[in-house]
Design a protein around this ligand. Sequence first.
Ligand code: Z5A
Ligand code: MG
Length: 215
Amino acid sequence: TAAPAPPRGAFLVFEGADRAGKSTQCGLLVEHLKAQGVPAELWRFPDRTTAIGKMIDAYLTSQAEIDDAAVHLLFSANRWEKSQELQRKLAAGTTLVVDRYAYSGVAFTAAKAKPGLDRQWCQAPDAGLPAPDAVFFLSLSTEAAAARGGYGEERYEKADFQKKVLEQFQSLRGPAWRMVDASQSVEAIQQQLREAAGAVVARCARGAPLGRLWE
Ligand code: Z5A
Ligand code: MG
């Protein structure tokens, strides 16, 4: 019989509507895990600190124009360039709380509804990346999102486009997804997340294997 897999950290991804509170909840969850003695780090995609990430940042802030297919591949490359470090951290027992991942990558490009950018094409470059142990999807209507102070200045922050992105997210739902009603208070959402994340962290500590996209 094979030896049991060693304990590892959990790979927790947050996705969801614009302004749904992903960054707020990720930050609170990481602090909670650390206070519980669980080694944890906060990550985000795009990671704007790398050379590729700087190109993506210039695109999102409209300082650069980049072809839709090309920028899609940059977002994916930005995940690939971090994937070895990501796997090393998990293997060393660190839980990673990650603000957006490949689901955002697929949803935002497919929502452009341009010829040649269908969902199958959008998914291909991320195939084989580490798959999250859980995807917490913070759902919020575009109306409720707008009530949180309106959209920002970045390229995709427009209500009609965000509606199309939400439709794309719906079709990416899989067994690892946990839908969270993001219209609740920050505290109520965090409480649910802590319970759900705790169970996933425990399962990974017992050695549950890490999957790959898009299995
Ligand atoms: N993108 C892509 O195209 N392809 C890819 O592969 C990837 C991303 C990975 C940048 O993302 C853009 O990149 C994004 C997708 C695209 N474009 N868009 N849109 P980003 O992560 O940098 O975007 P962001 O602007 O940081 O996130 P966000 O979605 O706008 O916000 P959030 O993180 O979900 O929410 P928040 O910052 O925590 O909270 C928003 C506000 O609501 C804030 O004032 C809070 O105080 C308030 N808030 C939070 N929670 C609550 C509750 N529960 N009640 C009331 N008010 C609340
Ligand atoms: Mg955010």
